[in-house]
Every structure is written in C-alpha cells, then in structure tokens.
Design a protein around this ligand. Structure first.
Ligand code: IPD
Length: 267
C-alpha cells in the first residue's frame, strides 16, 4: 500500500515542479497572509483522484476544503497538497506534499515529500522513520544544545503574543532559531536531526499529521503545547522534541499559557 502512496506523491511532486505563472493565480483565503494558488487545488485534485482510485474505501481530508469526505470512514488520508504555499509563490523551493493515513483514530503512515530536493520522509507506525529509505533518528539533546524551529501561526492573529513570549523564553537558552515557512518540513528536519525542537501555537491537521508520525518514529515526543494529544481533525498547537528537550519546551509553554494576558492564545 505505502509504495503506491509514495508513487502517487512523487507524481504530485512532478506537478509542483512543472508549475509556471504561479503569481497569476494567487488569491487570499482567510486573510491577506493566507494565500493559495491554482496549483494547490490542482495538486490536491490529482492526489484525491489517484489516492481514492487506489484505495476507494478511504476518506480524504485535504487543505483545499472541497475535497473533505471522512464521514462514516474508518480510515482516511490527511493531505496538504503544498505545505509552504508562500514559499511556493516566491519560488523559494522549500515546499512539500504531506500525506498522512489515519485508521481507527490512529496515525498509521506519513509521507512528506520535498520535490525540489527529491527528499521523501516516511514512517509507518512502529517501524521507524526514513529519509529516502535510509533510517533517521532525532538527536536527544537538551534545549541548551537545540536548534529550535517554529511556526508563527500567522493565520491565527490572536496567537501572536504567545508565540512571541515562548520565543523570548527560548531564545536565551537554545543554540538558535530557524523559521522555514513549512511546518511539515520543519518537523521532518527535527526528525532527521537537522534541528532539534519545533513548536507552533495553532496549526491545522494537514500541516502536522504526517510529519509528527515521522518525528515520533524517529524517537521524538509529540503533543499539543499543553502536553495533551494532537487532535488530527481540528486545529491545535503542536510541540515536537526529543525526550530531553520536549519536557523543557512544555514547561515553558505552560508557564506562558498561565500568564494573565495569554489566556486562550495557545490552542
Ligand atoms: C503553513 C506553513 C507554515 C505554518 C502555517 C501553515 P501552508 O502551511 O506550514 O509554516 O506556519 O501554520 O499553515 O498554508 O503553506 O500550507
């Protein structure tokens, strides 16, 4: 099954690479910073057709809303056709296709494909995490030895003060920050030891579902920023770290969440 999914994702990657006149089709979704292009819909359309042709019993939960059909299905795909859409629009060559597979409420499989570098991050539950079929493992280091990646949750303006507060707590401790514009890639970078910890105050399932399984299978710990399980069918905050730095991150996030002017600012 998973080989077939990866072939389908690679074909979607070829469509991303073939994109031209991207700027002509940019439009705003929820706000001036939440952008979408015709390629987001085209890539999702192709993934929808090919995945459901191969696995007709599965549901589909994708970023470009028209395609959601998970009602009454015990298994479904969770799909971001282009994670890092703003990077895509700016030709930054740092965007990916993210496909998760969730069955009976459990993440069974995740693949995150970066077509520009031809990097395919994958994981099956209980079977480890891989980059182009080579096993990957997270570095188990404390925050003081960590590169921190984060997402700004920019579509949820109410979260901005909490993100800034967590950053102000982390910055004096960590080695440095990175912000790439693709949450799925960030989390895979943590899984592969290119960075060490990730957080975002509010993010949607297609941005984190596949990548968090990959991080977990690479030896990481994943949850919302209050330590509760990820929700998968709803937006929530996300924390990803190693056994050593994850508890430190959660402690900081909880401290920030309890400050009087931070109530409700972390999902
Ligand atoms: C976004 C990116 C970004 C993260 C946002 C996501 P999109 O996904 O992953 O890094 O900060 O929360 O929504 O909109 O490019 O698919």
């Amino acid at each position: 099954m998973y080989e077939i999914i990866e072939e389908i994702i690679r074909r979607a990657g070829a469509l991303v690479l073939s994109a031209h006149d991207i700027e002509d089709s940019v439009r705003e979704k929820t706000s001036h910073c939440d952008l979408v292009t015709r390629y987001d819909s085209m890539v999702q359309d192709q993934l929808y057709r090919e995945l459901l042709e191969a696995f007709p019993e599965a549901g589909f939960y994708g970023e470009e809303g028209d395609f959601c059909s998970i009602e009454g299905k015990s298994a479904h795909f969770i799909v971001d056709p282009i994670d890092g859409t703003t990077n895509f629009i700016r030709h930054a060559r740092h965007s990916c296709i993210s496909v998760g597979y969730r069955k009976d409420g459990v993440m069974e499989y995740g693949a995150v494909y970066q077509p520009y570098t031809d990097e395919m991050f994958t994981a099956q539950r209980g079977k480890g995490a891989f980059l182009n079929k080579t096993p990957i493992r997270m570095r188990n280091v404390p925050l003081s030895e960590s590169i921190a990646m984060f997402g700004s949750a920019i579509y949820y303006r109410e979260t901005i003060p909490a993100t800034a507060r967590i950053m102000s707590e982390l910055l004096p401790i960590v080695l440095d920050f990175r912000r790439s514009g693709s949450a799925a890639m960030d989390i895979c970078y943590v899984a592969a030891g290119r960075a060490d910890v990730f957080f975002e105050a509010c993010i949607r399932p297609w941005d984190y579902a596949a990548a968090t399984l990959i991080a977990q299978e690479a030896g990481g710990v994943i949850s919302a920023l209050d330590g509760t399980p990820l929700r998968y069918i709803d937006r929530c905050s996300v924390a990803v770290g190693s056994p050593l730095n994850y508890p430190e991150l959660i402690e900081i996030a909880k401290k920030v969440a309890n400050e009087p002017d931070m109530k409700g600012r972390i999902r």
